[in-house]
Design a protein around this ligand. Structure first.
Ligand code: NAP
Ligand code: GDD
Length: 330
């Protein structure tokens, strides 16, 4: 079979790096859209930089997206780029709307003009369910977004559906629940907790300030979720799918599991800090994956406890190798 080409936006992020690895393993030629940066650190993709081609671009700049489509001539496009940290979206509401929301339309429009027969994946989010009255949530659950980020994701989601219905593009949305890994940004709660626990265990810190401990999330491993993205684009027809583990835990459960992995009692270190509370919280997200299990034959293997241990262990190793010993205060 002739080599297939994939274009990944957000390739420097957590999911982009795992997806690039996976697609390389499947024999794809991988192109990644990456923003111009002032330093040359590409931590998540450093190990595959010589196997991929980076194209400078930004979801806020249409001309760069047209050029990226023309350069890559992709068979598959994965739109993973976003201002993805929910808490920051209250501080950067317009930028989040522009990049995470309208950026999707810019990308779809460039695809429609340059390579309309490509297949398109949009990284939709369980945050769109927000203050949902239904639990668990599936593909038919109504959205009630609770942050500028979630509002922007709803816009991107419906833009993708609209381009599918208006122009017949093969465009799918993966409504993914929280997925984590050692490559997660330091500001997200799983990595923040794992990092702080490792620092405390190694005697580098003695505190962990957190926000709402009661919030519940359906947490899975990012390395498995990128396979579901790819499977969506291998279907005969474009459709949207919910992806998660079907199990939810509280932030308190997360903290307890992480500290107990290193034989410490979380109550000796964790404090509640107003700075990490949100203007509007999403109390509980839990996936009903009946449809994706059946149609995509996708079943995650990494459970919550495995994930927490993987992340704490990775932080211990990182710190023992003296890489990036910083305090998580974001
Ligand atoms: P992430 O680690 O924060 O990565 C975001 C990526 O977007 C980075 O590569 C970032 O580049 C890039 N980006 C940000 N603004 C951009 C812009 N203006 N133009 C071009 N690229 C830009 O996020 P992730 O966890 O991998 O998530 C991937 C996608 O899935 C995101 O759209 C996220 O909203 C969505 N999602 C994530 C989860 C989850 O639990 N992880 C769940 C549901 C949906 P820089 O390196 O230059 O910052
Ligand atoms: N980040 C953070 N820091 N979250 C905290 C803290 C803290 O100190 N304390 C409590 N939390 C709670 C948040 O209030 C939230 O309820 C939960 O922990 C998870 O927060 P995050 O890890 O920041 O993730 P998120 O659920 O807001 O968003 C992530 O998942 C979405 C999918 O549901 C991001 O990856 C989004 O991009 C993604 O769409």
């Amino acid at each position: 079979m002739a080599e297939r080409r994939a274009l990944i936006t957000g390739i420097t992020g957590q999911d982009g790096s795992y997806l690039a690895e996976f697609l390389l393993g499947q024999g794809y030629q991988v192109f990644g859209l990456a923003r111009r940066r002032s330093t040359d650190s590409f931590d998540n993709i450093a190990h595959i930089l010589d196997q991929i081609e980076l194209i400078t671009g930004d979801l806020a700049d249409s001309s760069s997206l047209f050029r990226a489509m023309e350069r890559a001539q992709p068979h598959e496009i994965y739109n993973l780029a976003a201002q993805s940290f929910v808490k920051s979206s209250w501080e950067l509401p317009e930028m989040t709307g522009d990049v995470t929301g309208i950026g999707v339309t810019r990308l779809l429009e460039s695809m429609r003009v340059v390579c309309p027969s490509a297949r398109f994946y949009q990284a939709s989010s369980s945050e769109m369910f927000g203050l949902s009255e239904e639990c668990p949530q599936n593909e038919k659950t109504p959205f009630h977004p609770r942050s500028p980020y979630a509002v922007a994701k709803v816009y991107g989601h419906w833009s993708t559906v609209n381009y599918r219905e208006s122009y017949g593009l093969f465009a799918c949305c993966g409504i993914l629940f929280n997925h984590e890994s050692p490559r997660r940004g330091l500001e997200f709660v799983t990595r923040k907790v794992a990092h702080a626990v490792a620092r405390i265990k190694l005697g580098l810190s003695d505190r962990l300030p957190l926000g709402n401990l009661d919030a519940r999330r359906d947490w899975g491993f990012a390395g498995e979720y990128v396979v579901a993205m790819w499977r969506m684009l291998q279907q005969d027809e474009p459709e949207d799918f919910v992806i998660g583990t079907g199990e939810d835990y509280s932030v308190r459960d997360l903290v307890e599991a992480a500290f107990s992995y290193v034989d410490l009692d979380w109550q000796d270190y964790v404090t509640q800090d107003e700075r990490f509370m949100r203007p509007a919280e999403v109390p509980r997200l839990l996936a009903d994956c009946t449809r994706s299990q059946k149609r995509l034959e996708w079943n995650p293997q990494v459970r919550f406890q495995d994930l927490v241990e993987m992340m704490v262990q990775a932080e211990l190793e990182r710190l023992n190798n003296s890489k990036k010993p910083e305090d998580a205060t974001i």
